[in-house]
Design a protein around this ligand. Structure first.
Ligand SMILES: Nc1ncnc2c1ncn2[C@@H]1O[C@H](COP(=O)(O)OP(=O)(O)OP(=O)(O)O)[C@@H](O)[C@H]1O
Ligand SMILES: [Mg+2]
Length: 283
């Protein structure tokens, strides 16, 4: 099932001359894990705003083409309608947390959906377990580390059981270890529930390991798209996105005349490729 379908989607903010996104065509299947990356200002957040109808209902401007999210045309839907199905996690978790305890924060969303108390309780327990924060249930969110706060923000969204979760650079304020843990938590969601993940991320070393598809944007357009091992060639390097170091190494070797026939995204894949080549050379 297609959960997101954008066709020739173009959006120009009021007062701007240039579109922030231009002729975007994209289909996302249910359950896919998509990473969107690209240089600052290329339109990633603008695209994300279309997924919960903040564009065009909150951010004004001119929209051309269309985008359907779970079959709903965003130009005819409201953010509150979509918020039942599309959950958002932002760069700065502090903006999403406001209760005096972790547990209360996670309960806020399902309570607002008007669910029975027992169901709210079940969801809160489940969301805290999935994100590894059960032991923090009584802590005040403002006392927690950035990584822990981001987990609480994710748990708060999950407790609403969204069909799509959109994370806009959720690791940008985190140290490498916390960032790794957040991306692993996100990728593990797929084994816990039927969910489509849209992760906007610069740290491709981490995210590529788990993504089904990487979308590279530049100046409002999708420039490259495909499985991680197919998109990190020299074109991606030229755009200036932070492609995994191991992919860079293989691109460099290729330029030096040593083509191993692939662009691995993890050390494990690289090791396999080198091993294969050694075996071939020996036989
Ligand atoms: N509210 C707004 N009003 C007018 N222009 C905006 C608004 N938000 C973003 N823009 C412009 O739209 C373009 C795309 O911005 P956007 O925030 O979508 O990029 P981004 O890829 O998310 O960048 P970053 O990696 O820095 O977060 C930029 O030129 C930006 O200045
Ligand atoms: Mg952004």
């Amino acid at each position: 099932m297609i959960v997101i379908k954008a066709q020739d989607l173009t959006f120009t903010y009021s007062g701007s001359k240039k579109p922030a996104i231009e002729n975007l065509n994209l289909e996302v299947k249910e359950g896919e894990f998509i990473v969107i990356t690209g240089p600052s200002g290329c339109g990633k957040t603008t695209f994300a705003r279309c997924l919960n109808a903040l564009i065009p209902s909150f951010y004004r401007g001119e929209m051309k083409g269309f985008i359907l999210v779970l079959g709903m045309d965003i130009s005819k839907s409201t953010t509150s309608q979509l918020s039942k199905y599309v959950g958002f996690v932002f760069q700065n978790p502090e903006n999403q947390l406001f209760s005096l305890s972790v547990e209360r924060d996670v309960a806020f969303g399902p309570e607002n959906l008007g669910l029975p108390r027992e169901e709210v309780r079940r969801r809160v327990e489940w969301a805290m377990k999935v994100t590894g924060i059960t032991h923090l249930r009584h802590a005040a969110p403002y006392e927690l580390s950035g990584g822990q706060q981001q987990r609480v923000a994710i748990a708060s969204i999950l407790a609403m059981k969204p069909k799509i979760i959109v994370l806009d650079e959720p690791t940008s304020f985190l140290d490498p270890l916390s960032a790794h843990q957040i991306i692993e938590t996100v990728s593990n969601l797929r084994s816990e529930m039927e969910i489509t993940i849209i992760l906007i991320e610069h740290r491709l070393d981490l995210a590529s390991r788990y993504a089904d598809r990487v979308i590279i944007m530049d100046r409002g357009r999708i420039i490259l798209e495909g499985p991680p091992s197919k998109v990190y060639g020299e074109d991606a390097e030229a755009i200036g996105v932070g492609i995994p170091k191991i992919s860079l190494l293989f691109n460099l070797l290729k330029r030096e005349g040593y083509d191993l026939g692939c662009t691995p995204v993890t050390l494990e894949e690289a090791t396999q490729a080198i091993r294969r080549r050694i075996m071939d050379d020996r036989s």
